[in-house]
Design a protein around this ligand. Structure first.
Ligand SMILES: Nc1ncnc2c1ncn2[C@@H]1O[C@H](COP(=O)(O)OP(=O)(O)OP(=O)(O)O)[C@@H](O)[C@H]1O
Ligand SMILES: [Mg+2]
Length: 321
């Protein structure tokens, strides 16, 4: 591969400058989530029967895969008790009311229900914290019914096990696994800018890359790792079932009829791709084909200007040599 104009190092620098959430910001937001969690812990300490049991940082900030464009802090909140409502709208009102009780220093208008979560807003600095309810009945691995942020359905899953799952891939390809996740998410963001209806959930990006990681792909060269990601999508048409056997034997995975089947690594019955139609999937494949072609062209381009032009097809105008 010809690389005079843009090489791995250039992509790594672009990631640092434009893609990644800077470390001081990540630390600040994690500390913000921690303070909220500790506030709840101390309230629970004084009121042991309180039905909110624990708050846990989840999502990209917890996994170290957040983009610079991060706009809220994802926190899961474990709710126990037979009296917690099962209807999502009622559950969100219930969670709002409980959070207002546990955080009396916040005025009620700082704690407000959204469609599938409750937002806690801080005055002045910091990001909003998005609290996602998880119905919980004491499972030691913190399995619970998480309210899906996509459609409000209940998903049985375990956030701490997801974090462990990702940690194992991060250890297998130190630094590079998370970096390739972030670069791929940045590509998704760029495709979304151009196509309103394009969908490609971050968790799916991460699962596809985890699958490639488990197959032994070396992530240390970013143009190459990205090219493998795009080629995988194009080659399989996203019709290959992705399964991980970290937490259950592969044989226990049931039969699904959805076009995209990426099975939750911690629950063999949960297909992470279940909301994706054949047309969603076709758009993902097409975008990956375009991106793969753009990388080939970038690596073969004779001039720097042309090379940059092709990388911009992948990452958008933010990419500058
Ligand atoms: N369909 C799902 N099934 C099970 N767990 C899910 C599902 N979707 C999301 N999750 C959980 O929610 C977390 C956040 O998922 P999401 O797709 O928002 O990614 P993210 O890493 O937070 O990325 P982003 O930076 O785009 O917010 C995942 O790490 C996972 O624990
Ligand atoms: Mg998130």
């Amino acid at each position: 591969m010809a690389r005079h104009h843009i090489n791995h190092k250039d992509i790594a620098r672009f990631a640092c400058d434009k893609v990644n959430l800077p470390k001081d910001k990540a630390d600040e937001y994690r500390a913000q989530a921690r303070r909220l969690r500790e506030k709840l812990e101390s309230y629970v300490g004084e009121h042991p029967d309180f039905t909110l049991k624990k708050m846990l940082l989840s999502g990209s900030l917890a996994k170290g895969t957040a983009l610079r464009s991060l706009n809220d802090i994802d926190v899961g909140c474990y709710i126990s008790g037979a009296d917690a409502p099962n209807d999502v709208a009622a559950l969100l009102n219930y969670l709002t009311e409980r959070l207002r009780k546990a955080f009396p220093n916040f005025s009620p208008d700082q704690i407000t229900p959204q469609t599938y979560s409750v937002t806690v807003s801080f005055r002045g600095s910091g990001l909003d914290v998005d609290v996602v309810p998880i119905l919980y009945d004491g499972d030691p691995n913190w399995y619970g019914n998480l309210v899906s942020q996509d459609d409000g359905s209940f998903l049985k899953t375990s956030i701490p096990l997801h974090l462990d799952f990702t940690k194992a891939r991060k250890q297998a390809q130190e630094k590079h696994f998370s970096q390739v996740v972030r670069l791929s998410k940045f590509w998704v963001r760029n495709v979304k800018r151009e196509r309103d209806d394009f969908r490609f959930k971050s968790f799916m990006v991460e699962m596809i890359l985890s699958h490639l990681c488990d197959q032994g792909l070396d992530f240390s060269d970013y143009p190459e790792a990205l090219q493998h990601f795009f080629t995988y999508i194009a080659r399989t048409n996203l019709r290959e079932q992705i399964i991980f056997d970290d937490y259950y034997p592969a044989t226990t995975v049931g039969t699904f009829s959805d076009p995209i089947q990426i099975i939750d690594p911690v629950n063999a019955e949960n297909n992470v791709g279940k909301l994706y139609t054949t047309s969603n999937s076709a758009a993902m494949v097409e975008a990956a084909l375009d991106a793969g072609d753009a990388i080939d062209s970038a690596l073969a381009a004779p001039t720097k200007t042309e090379t940059v032009y092709y990388w911009q097809k992948i990452f958008g105008p933010a990419f500058q040599a």
